[in-house]
Design a protein around this ligand. Structure first.
Ligand code: CAA
Length: 389
């Protein structure tokens, strides 16, 4: 990547190199093993916390590293280039959990719910989806009923990244069904001190297998009113605002996967011979490499553009929904394109667990699905361009 459009500062280079180093030394040796077993990589995630990777943009007074969005994107890309499972745990912790509390939390909530998670001492999760409400998030059914100084939470949430292990969560529930999206509120859950909160079945997944995903079950789970994030009825807006940030994270994850697939392909195409020449000398392989490289660079520009828009929004307050959706859409489809081409270039070896290429292929797919499918991103982009919303 040339530095022409986005010259990196020394600070940016430092965090990028630190993440690259950490990923190579600490994650690369264990990635295949944790993918195979589906175990949660507690130890390496703790170390990532100690490096400041779990709350990169959170100010130091709240346990974070106090850096900017581009720093976050650069570090996440490097982690995901080695292992997308570690990457999504990091992304959800930073974007979907910490960002929401930073933006909408009270001082008391920041002290209790943000500090331990941003510092990496605890893990955070975000729970929007339900078994019958995915893309159409506004139709959720879980209920939060006010009972004096408390809320009683009831319902079932699903597909919660880090659900089986998270210490703290932000959960969205209906407080007034008549008001539809404006009747949804957000709540902070201390999972160790919330009787009536239970973790449901763990999802057996195609990819990102070392990141744990589960259902959550709430049965008369009583939480104080002080755990409500934002005002009553503000939950859907909070969920969407936070997803605008989350989607930049998933785009960076996708970029990391795409680059890993690309670099493996270039190395293999230079070495492997068939019909008396390196396979890279066949135009069929060369053109795949050209398309991969071009899409990766375009994805990177969209992601950096979204990161800059988010950075600007800290002073202007302007939304960056469009930039974030475009980055997520293009980067995730680039990850799938590159992983698919990488398997093809590697032939039988691309299908073997002896190389990480088949893992890139399995990991890439989810980036087109979670935090808003590609169809949802196209919906968001097109209605913005057509002035429909
Ligand atoms: N920022 C701020 N406010 C927003 C917003 C945004 N990005 N998007 C919408 N809103 C506001 C709207 O302005 C509107 O408010 P007003 O009426 O005051 O203007 C309100 O929210 C309702 O908006 P819509 O009418 O657009 O709502 P909708 O029901 O049509 O839904 C949607 C829009 C874009 C399709 C949305 O439902 C969506 O993003 N769906 C996908 C959900 C998703 O990404 N789920 C993934 C969950 S997380 C996950 O994957 C698991 C994990 O752990 C990683």
């Amino acid at each position: 990547m040339s530095d022409a459009l986005f010259p990196l500062s020394d600070e940016h280079k430092m965090i990028r190199d630190a993440a690259r180093d950490f990923a190579q030394k600490e994650i690369a040796p264990i990635a295949a093993q944790f993918d195979e077993s589906g175990e949660f990589p507690h130890e390496t995630i703790k170390k990532m916390g100690a490096m400041g990777f779990m709350g990169i943009e959170v100010p130091e007074q709240y346990g974070g590293a106090g850096m900017d969005t581009l720093s976050y994107v650069l570090a996440l890309e490097e982690i995901c280039k080695v292992d997308a499972s570690h990457g999504v745990i990091m992304s959800v912790n930073n974007s979907l959990y910490c960002h929401g509390i930073m933006k909408f939390g009270t001082e008391e909530q920041k002290q209790k719910f943000l500090k331990p998670v941003a510092s990496g001492a605890a893990i955070g999760a975000y729970s929007l989806t339900e078994p019958m409400s995915g893309s159409d998030a506004g139709t959720m059914k879980s209920r939060a009923t006010r009972d004096g100084d408390f809320y009683l939470l009831n319902g079932r949430k699903s597909w919660v990244t880090s659900g089986p292990v998270a210490d703290y969560m932000v959960v969205f529930m209906v407080t007034d069904p008549a008001k539809k999206q404006k009747g949804i509120s957000a709540f902070l859950i201390d999972t160790k001190n919330s009787p009536g909160f239970n973790r449901g079945k763990k999802e057996p997944k195609l990819g990102i297998r070392a990141s744990a995903t589960s259902e959550l079950i709430f049965e008369n789970c009583k939480i104080p009113v002080g755990n409500r994030l934002g005002e009553e009825g503000e939950g859907f807006k909070i969920a969407m605002t936070v997803l605008d940030v989350g989607r930049i994270g998933i785009a960076s994850q996708a970029l990391g996967i795409a680059e890993a697939a690309y670099e493996a392909s270039v190395a293999y195409a230079r070495e492997r011979e068939a019909f008396g020449q390196k396979i890279g000398e066949f135009q069929g392989t060369g053109f795949k490499i050209a398309d991969m490289k071009t899409r990766i660079e375009a994805a990177r520009l969209l992601i950096y553009n979204a990161a800059m828009a988010k950075e600007r929004s800290k002073t202007t307050g302007e939304r960056f929904t469009l930039q974030s959706s475009m980055a997520k859409l293009f980067a995730s489809e680039t990850a799938m394109f590159c992983a698919h081409a990488a398997v093809q270039i590697h032939g039988g070896m691309g299908y073997s667990k002896e190389l990480p290429v088949e893992r890139y292929f399995r990991d890439a797919k989810i980036t087109e699905i979670y935090e808003g499918t590609s169809e949802i991103q196209r919906h968001v982009i097109s209605r913005s361009e057509l002035g429909l919303k």
